[in-house]
Design a protein around this ligand. Structure first.
Ligand code: ADP
Ligand code: MG
Length: 214
């Protein structure tokens, strides 16, 4: 069960679970990207996160900022697609905001997640409704903030964020893409889930499972 903080070991467990989920869903993410992109999102995420875990397991870090700097730099350098720099920026900003700490409480985690999200917006310039990962990440972080402000514990904040990410992911289906490769399709991008919003829901699933589920 979750207590009031997430430790460095749990942050690593979050990344490990995310790696498992993108690896298990590699074919599915690629199938989604083949409908409105270039059929590489599953491969990009699985390869990127495998490289991340190899780095983490090979060179242990002692604080959140160092850990997530390693994660972010590895994603930026090992993933060719748009998603590498975007997730890379998310983790770099997340860690930089968390700082040289070994555990985070709900309030600090909320601030770090928000900083990561702001980094994705700054880098990709997508707005809500553009049919991107932003459409899952924004609602997840808003839900996290609401729960954290109400004083909810980590189990409730992360579970709420995961549910909101899934709703945001599902809401991308009817949208017409206005950013990224899918935007080249115009109206034909409607009727498909966005691959990046789908992997972002897995990111929040991994977080919820790490702190809230047995
Ligand atoms: P690529 O599009 O370069 O092949 P991926 O297939 O790995 O890269 O990732 C595609 C996902 O990246 C999209 O589904 C979308 O969620 C996300 N994405 C693309 N461009 C942007 C952007 N400018 N801002 C936010 N997310 C974006
Ligand atoms: Mg792609």
């Amino acid at each position: 069960m979750a207590d009031g903080t997430i430790t460095l070991d749990q942050l690593i467990a979050w990344l490990r679970r995310f790696t498992e989920l993108v690896t298990e869903n590699r074919g599915y993410l690629t199938e989604l990207d083949s409908a409105i992109g270039d059929a590489d999102h599953g491969a990009n995420m699985a390869r990127g996160m495998a490289a991340v875990m190899e780095k983490i397991d090979g060179a242990p870090t002692e604080s959140a900022d160092a850990l997530f700097k390693q994660v972010g730099m590895t994603l930026v350098s090992s993933v060719g697609g748009a998603s590498g720099p975007l997730y890379g920026t998310f983790f770099l900003r997340f860690g930089g905001t968390a700082g040289p700490v070994t555990e985070l409480d709900s309030a600090t985690l909320a601030v770090a997640l928000r900083a990561g999200f702001d980094g994705v917006i700054a880098r990709g310039k997508a707005e809500p409704g553009d049919k991107t990962m932003v459409d899952a990440m924004g609602p997840a972080i808003d839900a996290f903030d609401t729960e954290a402000t109400d004083g909810a514990d980590l189990a409730a904040t992360t579970t709420g964020a995961f549910a909101a990410a899934e709703m945001g992911r599902d809401a991308t289906e009817p949208l017409i893409a206005r950013k990224g490769r899918a935007s080249y399709l115009g109206d034909r991008s409607a009727g498909h889930l966005d691959p990046g919003a789908t992997s972002t829901a897995l990111l929040f699933q991994a977080l919820a499972e790490t702190v809230a589920l047995p």
